[in-house]
Design a protein around this ligand. Structure first.
Ligand SMILES: [Zn+2]
Length: 181
């Protein structure tokens, strides 16, 4: 395994842990050259359905893309990377349980929203407000990035934080029309 910092192939495993469901081994490694640490995940290769995009193009299911989208929606929220990995696992089990060879990207988007709704209402609204208006993961990711950057500006984020958790949990108003169930 190549070190992501210096590309050295020489490293040692300092910790190894099995996920709660027992399907992923997480290994903490230390590079022998630069001594920095990184994590690798090992899992059995699973057959996941092809994703059918809105324009009809097919592409391979991309776990990293799903996690990157959720991570953006969860920016500055109390959500760990481990939780996002678990959600991705749940989404993959859901996709496999459908038993279809292909799945519309909208089905995945809806499932991500469902999971985020349970997890963190702010992340949910961020994701939903952008995703529902695009139904396309790539356009959505670009837009979400802008949205979060805007909100990170002079919109009283600090004030809101000071007003406490209860208020923050209610989340910002979505920019485009979205019904929060
Ligand atoms: Zn290194």
């Amino acid at each position: 395994m190549k070190c992501p910092f210096c590309s050295s192939l020489d490293n040692r495993v300092i910790d190894s842990r099995l996920s709660r469901e027992g399907d992923v081994t997480r290994r903490r490694r230390e590079c022998s050259r630069c001594e920095r640490r990184f994590t690798t995940y090992e899992r059995v290769e699973e057959i996941l359905p092809l994703v059918v995009k809105k324009d009809g193009r097919r592409e391979a299911y991309n776990r990293l893309k799903i996690i990157a989208g959720m991570r953006k929606a969860c920016e500055k929220r109390p959500v760990s990377s481990e939780t996002l990995e678990e959600i991705a696992d749940r989404i993959e089990r859901f996709l496999q349980s459908r038993g279809d060879k292909e799945v519309p990207s909208a089905v995945i988007g809806e499932e991500v929203m469902r999971q985020l709704y349970e997890l963190d209402k702010v992340a949910y609204v961020r994701f939903a407000s952008v995703y529902r208006s695009f139904q396309d993961l790539d356009a959505f990711m670009r837009e979400l990035k802008e949205l979060i950057q805007e909100r990170g500006g002079a919109d009283g984020r600090k004030t809101r934080r000071r007003q406490g958790r209860r208020l923050a949990a209610r989340g910002p108003m979505p920019r485009v029309g979205v019904r929060v169930p």
